[in-house]
Design a protein around this ligand. Structure first.
Ligand code: PLP
Length: 422
């Protein structure tokens, strides 16, 4: 890149209160393994894997080479209609072979919100084709985060992500269900009427909503309820997919077979923007069979982007060769053991660490998280808050036990030295 002076005043950060975020701006310039470096020369452990995605760690030359090799051969070619490229075909084969459901078909997207949009549209299209035109509602859980495209915004369980657009939801046909209470969910389904419900979308482990594990039997029960009432079940595995819960997909850990699985983030570990949706035969079959097969009128210029797919394949090779899924499973236990004692702090309401190599340390509502985050940075740990004043811990799978200990020690020290809001 040519040397250019940086002003940066034009950059509008997503999800940011710009007057304050602008003043506290942190420019990340480099990354290696679990480490990132800032423009002021600080070296910090990436306790959140960036935005839950840097699973194989930063700075892998092999992924850069995969991108380079693909770009000099063919940067990409679109996949609308009959054309396609080899990396997209190879990636789809890999995904179908490793999917939690048999016979899956794969549509590729540019990221998680795209995948959610696609899955919700396809659910509605499915019921129109089934001759059940009333089935339009998409149900989502309180606390859910499904990205911020129009469908993701509409099914947001975090109300502040849904509000302010003039109507309760951008897409009107949505409703919320209980986060972890199956009896409540059943009541909602019966009240809303199964004949009006197209799909339920759920993160196996809620991420941005505070790192909330599924209650015992919740996901299995949700699937059974969906089957009983002819409702499609969409598992949003944008965070949990590709190893975070010690299984390739969290659906495999809880032994569920969703009708659709949305994916992104860990598919490339962030080395290229890419997402996708796995679609079970129940939904996909009719689009593949016979001269009268309908067309699913959906797609993006970069659906199946060749370079992004080549990067994904290299990422999946790294995960396999370094046994990183099993390693994430091992690290889940290490993290849970180390982080739980933080519950003893008066500033902490809850520590959630029971499903996957991820944890949430929820601070009391009146605690100002900024000094805690700054104190963690001073101890060499980059962390952030998510919903409900919760510190997000979700390190790369290449973390050592010592890295995990450093993250927990930094939070412990920050809590001990906290002397009130700024
Ligand atoms: N779904 C879940 C569960 C997510 O956590 C996210 C992002 O954090 C999304 C969807 C949206 O993904 P993206 O930000 O890539 O659009």
């Amino acid at each position: 890149m040519a040397e250019r002076p940086i002003s940066g005043g034009a950059y509008w950060n997503p999800q940011a209160h710009m007057p304050t975020a602008g003043k506290r701006r942190l420019v990340i310039t480099r990354g290696q393994g679990v480490w990132v470096e800032t423009s002021t020369g600080d070296r910090l452990i990436d306790a959140t894997s960036s935005l839950w995605h840097a699973n194989i760690g930063h700075g892998r030359e092999r992924l850069a080479r995969a991108a380079y090799d693909q770009m000099v051969r063919l940067e990409t070619y679109h996949t609308f209609g009959r054309t396609v490229n080899e990396p997209a075909l190879l990636l789809a084969d890999w995904l179908a072979a490793n999917a939690p459901m048999a016979g899956a078909k794969v549509m590729l997207t540019s990221g998680g919100s795209d995948s959610v949009d696609l899955a919700c549209k396809l659910a509605r299209r499915h019921w129109q084709l089934e001759g059940k035109p009333g089935k339009k509602l998409i149900l989502s859980r309180h606390n859910a985060y499904h990205g911020l495209h129009a469908f993701g915004t509409s099914v947001a369980g975090l109300t502040y992500n849904r509000e302010g657009y003039g109507t309760e939801t951008l897409v009107p046909e949505t409703a919320r269900i209980a986060t972890n209470d199956l009896d409540e969910v059943r009541r909602s389904v019966l009240e809303l009427g199964p004949d009006n419900i197209a799909a339920i979308i759920a993160e196996p482990v809620i991420g941005t909503g505070g790192v909330i594990a599924p209650a015992d039997g919740y996901l299995e029960g949700l699937q059974a309820l969906c089957r009983e009432h002819d409702i499609l079940f969409i598992a949003d595995e944008v965070i949990t997919g590709f190893g975070r819960t010690g299984h390739m997909f969290a659906s495999q850990r809880w032994d569920i077979e969703p009708d659709m699985v949305t994916m992104a983030k860990g598919i490339t570990s962030g080395y290229a923007p890419l997402g996708g949706v796995l679609v079970a035969p129940r939904v996909s079959d009719r689009f593949f069979a016979g001269p009268d097969a309908p067309i699913f009128r959906h797609g993006l210029t970069y659906s199946g982007h060749a370079t992004a797919c080549a990067v994904a394949l290299a990422n999946l090779d790294v995960i396999a060769e370094e046994s990183l899924v099993a390693e994430a499973g091992r690290l889940e236990v290490v993290l849970a053991r180390m982080v739980k004692p933080l519950r003893d702090s008066d500033l902490v309401v809850d520590v959630r660490a029971s499903a996957g190599f991820m944890a949430g340390v929820q601070l009391r509502a009146e605690v100002d998280a900024d000094p805690i985050i700054d104190s963690c940075a001073a101890s060499g740990v980059l962390i952030r808050t998510i919903h409900d004043n919760t510190l997000q811990i979700c390190p790369p799978f290449v973390s050592t036990d010592e890295d995990v200990a450093q993250i927990v020690d930094a939070i412990d020290g920050a809590l001990a030295s906290y002397d009130g809001p700024r």
